[in-house]
Design a protein around this ligand. Sequence first.
Ligand code: PBG
Length: 322
Amino acid sequence: MLRRPRRNRKSEAVRNLIEETSLSVNDLIFPMFLVEGQGKKIEVDSMPGIYRFSIDTMLSEIESCMKLGVMSFDVFPAYPESLKDAMASESYNSETFYLKGLREIKKNFPELCLMSDVAMDPYSSDGHDGIVKDGKILNDETLEVLSRMSLAQADAGVDIIGPSDMMDGRVGFIREALDEYGFTDTSIMSYTAKYASAFYGPFRDALDSAPKFGDKKTYQMNPANVQEALIEADLDMEEGADFLMVKPALAYLDIIKLLHDNYPLPIAAYNVSGEYSMLKASAQKGWLENDRAMVEMLTSIKRSGAKIILTYFAKEFAILKS
Ligand code: PBG
């Protein structure tokens, strides 16, 4: 045998030499959940190890993550039913706890990269990402709300706006609004190929944001489809997105690779709540080794072409590597 592939696997040193994909804390964005109040740190039942924080406890959590090298955070708000309405009007109330929280985070840690979420669902009494009328999700009317929300978040100091709503035309609409009001440096990470997935369940528990009727299939993509991801990416490219995101990640590695191979923008992947909970549940039962499976999952996402990974494992991974 002239060719023995095992020679390149003979020791850790050799294996490290030929390792093609390396994962670093620099690649990670840590999604976090913010609630109103003080002194709160409430574990999400379906996401062991993940909490809803009030702003004070969130600031200490962010500080401890930064000491471990995690520098990017995506903050989502969990609103009580009493503050939700059909138009998500709380989303651009400048005194609302989410916007105040974002401002506070950026004031305490100006060097971190702060990302926010743009979609109506956390503030909507219908639990949908857009305005609902007669059981339908209105596209163009929703754009107005999304742009007001984006301006309010940009004004709070957010570095990257993350439109997760999947309305058509929203990236361009938000980009124009941001530029018009002088927020030319605020970036947009578009949820480009966001699928109507069963893997968002635990996130909706964390936010109490599940749709009150129906599902999200008229705006999120069909998990069976590939071609549409190219249309979405073309549009986001034209409309000025700075990053293209694929979501979920693990069941969509082919989509990550497709966008990576066809677009020059940095590709992000959202390793979503259900993907996190799946591993946590089996690790708790002793069926999978948590750390090895976590690193393997994250590595596979990076290997498929994502430079950036939004993941609930961010802090755990940083601890493992420290
Ligand atoms: C809201 C939003 C969702 C997620 C991120 N932003 C849920 C949804 O679309 O229903 C899911 C994140 C996760 O599951 O970790 N538009």
